[in-house]
Design a protein around this ligand. Structure first.
Ligand code: MEV
Length: 438
């Protein structure tokens, strides 16, 4: 059990599975069977998935669902969502439908600038470094020309490179802080390739700079990497309508509803414990579309939460107000997304998801993702400030419990009928199933 293994990566997939099954399971044959159960019958498709990562044993399924009726800037979208949590897709779909008859989602791109940095140590002052940087700046663009040629043709490329003095925070630490437009690609490879070339140029040119002392000539490049914090790659999503139009089956007092809703948002603006959960609800929507469209949800998560704390305190991403009888709910969110390159051209389901969205540009995808996040937040706050979250959640959860107990069709019918007008708790459902089976 508690043993190291060497050469694991060199084993075949079959051998890896056997090693895992025999090392960690009392019934290796059973473990092996489960792992292999998820292999795709189509060997080529399986190989494609095997090669996405390393040491692959099998596939880990997540459901892919659809939230239809998203009216975004007057156009209807069916939004593909990949997520394991029950209620999320239903909530998005419900909020989308609600807003589709109240003007829909209005979205706009605030910026699309990506960022990358070369972090380096220089044994001298900014007074020496700045003129050197200004002199050699064109060389950074020239040296990266082979990398940027195609991106330039698509209208993107390197926007600017700045020298930043960070020595007040860390001795000898300076940065090349570069900004990029990567058009429809997320741009990680492009940015990192440019940065590594900047670093090489910087070191090489500094090494022969006559105005530098030998110590100054010897620049240490610590690392060159894009930043997933993209405060200038931001999209805005908004919904608004006259307060009285908020009325529907479960909102019989729209003014009171709107006021409580705004209060709930204000709480998330000032209270970090609430803000984190509030934003988590937004990420339920954002991550699900980001995953479905083959984008990097860890990058998005990291960037979004840094943005939520950009004023020095973690706060709500969304905001709400009532002004002159109009309820407005909106959010600005940083999203570095791609619709070309990476997984978008490799994963067959990602291609399907993008096709469902009408083959969007990266900017259009940013708007769909932001609208889905806002819809999710609206749905959560609406439940929280009216019926409470558990009513809808546990109804969905009921199905999961029935699956967990492998309930028969007849058991399902009895349990679902019983809980149609009863509060669902995990214990009460389990008790009922056990009673039925007694
Ligand atoms: C659950 O996944 C998300 C919520 O907790 C979000 C929220 O509280 O706003 C319902």
């Amino acid at each position: 059990m508690n043993q190291a293994v060497s050469g694991f990566s060199k084993l075949s997939k079959e051998e890896k599975i056997q090693w895992i099954a025999q090392t960690y399971f009392n019934t290796p044959a059973e473990a092996e069977k489960i792992l292999k159960q998820y292999w795709n019958q189509d060997a080529k498709l399986q190989q494609l998935h095997d090669e996405f990562i390393e040491n692959t044993l099998t596939n880990f399924y997540l459901p892919m669902g659809i939230a239809p009726n998203f009216n975004i800037n007057g156009r209807y979208y069916s939004v593909p969502m990949v997520i394991e949590e029950s209620s999320v897709v239903a909530a998005a779909a419900k909020a989308a439908k609600f807003w589709s008859t109240r003007g829909g989602f209005k979205t706009s791109i605030i910026g699309t600038e990506k960022i990358g940095q070369v972090h380096f140590l220089f044994q001298g002052s900014i007074e020496k470094l700045q003129p050197f940087f200004d002199k050699i700046k064109p060389q950074f663009f020239e040296a990266t020309e082979p990398i940027t040629r195609n991106m330039n043709k698509r209208g993107g490329g390197i926007l600017d490179i700045e020298l930043r003095d960070k020595t007040s925070e860390l001795a000898n630490y300076f940065q090349l802080h570069a900004t990029f437009d990567t058009k429809d690609s997320m741009g990680a490879n492009f940015i990192n390739s440019c940065l590594e070339q900047f670093a090489k140029t910087l070191r090489e040119v500094a090494a022969t700079e006559e105005s530098f002392t030998p110590d100054e000539q010897n620049i240490t490049v610590v690392m060159s990497i894009l930043s997933n914090y993209v405060p200038n790659c931001v999209v805005r999503a908004e919904v608004s309508c006259p307060v009285e139009d908020l009325a529907e089956k479960k909102i019989d007092e729209p003014q009171a509803f709107a006021e409580k809703f705004v209060q709930a948002v204000k709480i998330a603006e000032i209270e970090t414990f609430r803000a984190v959960t509030h934003n988590k609800g937004i990420m339920n929507g954002i991550d699900a579309v980001v995953l479905a469209t083959g984008n990097d949800f860890r990058a998005v998560e990291a960037g979004v939460h840094a943005y939520a704390a950009r004023n020095g305190k973690y706060s709500s991403l969304s905001h709400a107000k009532i002004e002159n009888g109009i309820f407005t709910f909106w959010m600005d969110v940083p999203l570095a997304l791609g619709t070309v390159g990476g997984l978008t051209s490799l994963h067959p389901l990602v291609k399907v998801a993008l096709e469902i969205l009408g083959k969007p540009s990266a900017q259009e995808l940013m708007q769909v993702v932001a609208a889905t996040g806002l819809a999710q937040n609206f749905a959560a706050l609406r439940s929280l400030t009216t019926t409470g979250i558990q009513e809808g959640h546990m109804k969905m959860h009921l199905n999961n419990i029935l699956n967990q107990f492998q309930a028969t069709a007849e058991e399902r019918k009895i349990v679902l009928t019983h809980f149609a007008d009863q509060t669902v708790t995990h214990a009460s459902v389990v008790e009922m199933i056990e009673n039925l089976r007694r």
